[in-house]
Design a protein around this ligand. Structure first.
Ligand code: PGA
Length: 246
């Protein structure tokens, strides 16, 4: 289902004690917004974040999960554990997970299916590297990721799936894709999903150096339903301006 979402992705930032303070600051700043507001936080911050956001319009998500419920997987967190911590949303397949932790589209597909089975809504990240873009491969790469990551899902499942288009070269670099480039790929993702599932009714976010100063023009594009925000989501004031730009 298509809706407006602005989600923070804190990555490996913010101590548990700072989590409570940041969310307490954010609550009054975003309380009247129609846009869905989310913060995807490190596992260790989840408890404090859920407590701080309770009874507000701020949703808390995780940044990753494993695809088994329990077992001998040292260091991993299961969907069941997230669910028991009151988490209903999770980022999957972020480019940093693909790059540093060698996650494949096959792994991501297993995680997406498991998340849906556990009633956790995945935000599935896709996006090309600079080299792939320069070689004219951006659309091929993104199409392959979308197709493989969502393989085996039904059109009905898409109600609970969000896609985040995050060109790798724009993440944390201060280089945002132009609104036209971002729109072109988000539109292409929508068309790809329509070809595969017979519906294009899905939320598609843009991510990559979105700031309070450029959010409005990016979010005004017809196929961009909001953003996944890294660096600028660590500051309540800045993040609230991005939420309100949608
Ligand atoms: P950034 O990160 O806003 O810091 O570029 C976005 C993301 O990786 O989700």
């Amino acid at each position: 289902m298509r809706k407006k979402i602005v989600s923070g992705n804190w990555k490996m930032n913010m101590l548990p004690q700072d989590t409570t303070e940041m969310i307490n600051k954010l609550i009054p700043l975003v309380k009247d917004t129609k846009t869905e507001v989310m913060l995807c936080v490190p596992y260790i911050d989840i408890n404090n974040a859920v407590l701080a956001a309770e009874g507000t319009n701020i949703k808390i998500g995780a940044q990753n999960m494993f695809y088994e419920d329990s077992g001998a997987y040292t260091g991993e967190i299961s969907p069941k554990m997230l669910k028991s911590a009151k988490i209903d949303n999770v980022i999957l397949g972020h480019s940093e997970r693909r790059k540093y932790f060698h996650e494949t589209d096959e792994d991501i597909n297993k995680k997406v299916k498991k998340a849906l089975e556990t009633e956790i809504n995945p935000i599935v990240c896709v996006g090309e590297t600079l080299e792939e873009r320069e070689n004219g491969k951006a659309k091929d790469v993104v199409k392959s990721q979308v197709t493989k990551d969502l393989e085996g899902l039904s059109a009905k499942n898409l109600d609970n799936v969000t896609i985040a288009y995050e060109p790798v070269w724009a993440i944390g670099t201060g280089k945002t894709a132009s609104k036209e480039d971002a729109e072109e790929i988000c539109k292409f993702i929508r068309e790809t999903i329509n070809e595969e599932f017979g519906t294009d009714d899905i939320t598609i976010l843009y991510g990559g150096s979105v700031k309070d100063t450029n959010a409005k023009e990016i979010f005004s594009m017809p196929n961009i339903d909001g953003g996944l925000i890294g660096g600028a989501s660590l500051d309540a004031e800045k993040f609230s301006k991005i939420v309100k730009a949608d």
